[in-house]
Design a protein around this ligand. Structure first.
Ligand SMILES: NC(=O)c1ccc[n+]([C@@H]2O[C@H](COP(=O)([O-])OP(=O)(O)OC[C@H]3O[C@@H](n4cnc5c(N)ncnc54)[C@H](OP(=O)(O)O)[C@@H]3O)[C@@H](O)[C@H]2O)c1
Length: 286
């Protein structure tokens, strides 16, 4: 079994977590909508992750909606003491599966309550405000009102820590003036590096950076360079992509998503992969 400790730990809120975790979005049905084809397989992935030492799982009540959180509860409740479950609010699903912005204070409160109920907890560990000014990517706009709503819910004891997702540098600054921000979750991988400066500034501030789509998301990464590096090292391209992210900065926490136990094991094993300098340079040059 992989020794996740090989990749080290980083503080997420008030807890140290392994730098390789798991993202649960792939456990819902196609298009992250409705139930999965095989619920038992989804439960097996979660149990295997925790048995392998994963102590950081990313989710959202918008996955399904509700389905992924209900599967998490069925698979893992009562949750291990050291498990940090991070969820997100800011979007709700339409009847056909659309991702609809839902950032009014009342919508934020409703989503926090949905997460509490479906996960079966009294307090959420970390809640990310997922900015929804543009569904395609970060876009400017004030996050003050939804963030103030989260701060109020934090005071009420419904959540411990607050993070941000899909945000610009300006929004990170705005957010840090309103709340204590423990993590930023944005789109980043070997082929999508627009957050390079942000990652470094967050590292200096001790704030976790959690790349979503670390393997390319809905269009998994494909690159001849990546494949060549992997072949030379006797590992898989996805493992190289994850190991490169681990090398990128000490505050990077991984949440690769998969619906398969086989891929899960492969992804966790990236924690033990030390990329030699020439491999890092090759991926850098992509
Ligand atoms: N904040 C946000 O806005 C946001 C947006 C998107 C995602 N997220 C979070 O980020 C997490 C990660 O993102 P993601 O799951 O969308 O994308 P990802 O981790 O980049 O990639 C997942 C895709 O790669 C495949 N895959 C996984 N491991 C593989 C392997 N070893 N070999 C080949 N294919 C593999 C998966 O298919 P299989 O199921 O077949 O393995 C799935 O199609 C999500 O689970 C979610 O928690 C957050």
């Amino acid at each position: 079994m992989t020794n996740l400790a090989r990749a080290g730990t980083f503080k997420l809120g008030d807890r140290l977590v392994h730098r390789v975790g798991y993202g649960a979005m792939q456990l819902a049905g196609p298009g992250v909508f409705g139930p999965p084809r095989d619920r038992g397989a989804a439960i097996a992935v979660l149990r295997e992750a925790v048995a392998a030492g994963v102590d950081h799982i990313d989710t959202s009540d918008a996955y399904g909606p509700h389905v992924t959180n209900q599967i998490l509860r069925e698979a893992l409740h009562p949750y291990p003491k050291d498990l940090v479950i991070v969820t997100k609010v800011g979007a709700e699903r339409g009847p056909q599966g659309s991702w609809d912005p839902a950032m009014s204070p009342s919508a934020i409160r409703r989503q926090v309550d949905d997460n509490l109920r479906n996960l079966g907890v009294d307090t959420l560990d970390v809640v990310n405000l997922r900015a929804m000014f543009d569904t395609m990517g970060p876009a400017e706009g004030s996050i003050e009102a939804p963030l103030a709503a989260l701060v109020e819910l934090q005071r009420e004891g419904k959540l411990r820590h607050i993070g941000l997702s899909n945000v610009t540098r300006n929004q990170v600054e705005e957010g840090r003036a309103i709340a204590s921000i423990v993590s930023v979750q944005n789109h980043y991988n070997i082929a999508h590096r627009s957050d390079d400066a942000l990652i470094d500034s967050l590292a200096a501030a001790g704030i976790a950076y959690v790349p979503f789509f670390p393997l390319g998301g809905f269009s998994p990464l494909q690159s001849t360079t990546l494949s060549d590096v992997a072949t030379k090292l006797g590992v898989t391209p996805m493992q190289v992509a994850l190991a490169w992210l681990l090398r990128r900065a000490p505050n990077v926490l991984l949440i690769p998503g998969t619906s398969s136990v086989e891929h899960l094991r492969e992804n966790l094993a990236a924690a033990e992969l030390d990329l030699p300098a020439d491999a890092v340079r090759a991926v850098d040059s992509l």
